[in-house]
Design a protein around this ligand. Structure first.
Ligand code: IPE
Ligand code: IPE
Ligand code: MG
Length: 270
């Protein structure tokens, strides 16, 4: 019997944590860890596209990370700019749509410019969504959606009695951009959400990896995907109900994990 848990997640989110510790363990500055972390981003985006995920969200910089030492913030911004410039061709050639969540207007112009340019250039790509959570906070995003709902109520466009989870969710940026979050990975052995997708995590499966982010690569990603494949997602129902539903209708769409054949990746310029 085929089972929904025998499938790939459509949308994976990753809290990329542990760059600083990776560097400190080696007697290096934290910035060095971030540079290595950028290499891990390249590897994981490439692997995700090859494996066939529909969407990958990377928590790259939180609303709270602005309060880190200015030198570290500056270095992270530079890495981000470099990533956007250096990966542009590969993102476009592989049909990846780049999008963001978070308050990107706070980003310096040197980042915002290549970011918005690549978002526009990749807007029609359909193979995978790569969403960067930048200057992002789950609470801040929910508060912003609540302001939008309040404005719509004040205008008389929405009846306050009609505000339920379904309607509210539509005011969040993720509702338009991304499929529901299936799997959340956090690296570095920490077991917390740190203000990431607070709303979206409601029924996501959680996977905690001991690897520090610069050491995370395709084997660690497969480990998380296999972990996901062995979970039974019940959404509040009983196991028997879920099994009956699955027998009734073969769930559409996703290939079985064991059946995934990696597509060759197009290198830029080919
Ligand atoms: C994650 O690594 C990168 C960002 C939060 C920007 P950290 O910099 O948090 O690394 P640790 O947690 O200090 O090891
Ligand atoms: C979460 O990691 C933010 C990102 C990965 C971008 P942090 O390192 O900022 O979170 P805490 O401080 O450990 O909770
Ligand atoms: Mg950290």
């Amino acid at each position: 019997m085929s089972d929904s848990s025998d499938r790939l997640p459509r949308h994976v989110g990753i809290i990329m944590d542990g760059n600083g510790r990776w560097a400190m363990e080696r007697g290096l500055r934290r910035e060095h860890g971030h540079s290595k972390g950028a290499d891990a981003v390249r590897r994981v985006v490439r692997a995700s596209r090859r494996i066939g995920l529909d969407a990958l969200t990377l928590f790259a910089f939180s609303s709270q990370n602005w309060d880190r030492p200015p030198r570290e913030v500056f270095h992270l911004m530079h890495l981000l700019r470099r990533y956007l410039i250096e990966e542009r061709a590969e993102i476009l050639d592989n049909g990846i749509r780049l999008t963001t969540v978070g308050d990107i207007q706070r980003l310096p112009r040197m980042v915002l410019r290549p970011l918005t340019e690549l978002m526009e250039a990749s807007a029609h790509n359909r193979e995978m969504v790569l969403c960067l959570a930048l200057s992002y906070g789950g609470r801040e995003t929910i508060a912003s959606a609540a302001r939008d709902v309040a404005r719509a109520v004040a205008r008389g466009d929405i009846d306050p009695e009609s505000v339920d989870a379904e309607l509210f969710g539509r005011f969040l940026p993720t509702s338009e951009l991304l499929p529901p979050l299936d799997l959340l990975i956090r690296t570095s052995g920490e077991r917390r959400i740190s203000n990431f997708f607070l709303w979206e995590v409601a029924y996501a499966e959680l996977h905690f990896s001991e690897a520090l982010w610069p050491d995370f690569g395709e084997p660690e990603l497969w480990n998380a995907l296999n972990d996901y494949a062995n979970r039974e997602r019940r959404f509040g129902l009983t196991s028997a109900q879920i099994k009956a539903q699955l027998e009734e209708r073969e769930l559409p769409g996703r290939p079985a994990l064991s059946g995934v054949v990696a597509d060759p990746l197009v290198e830029p310029g080919h």
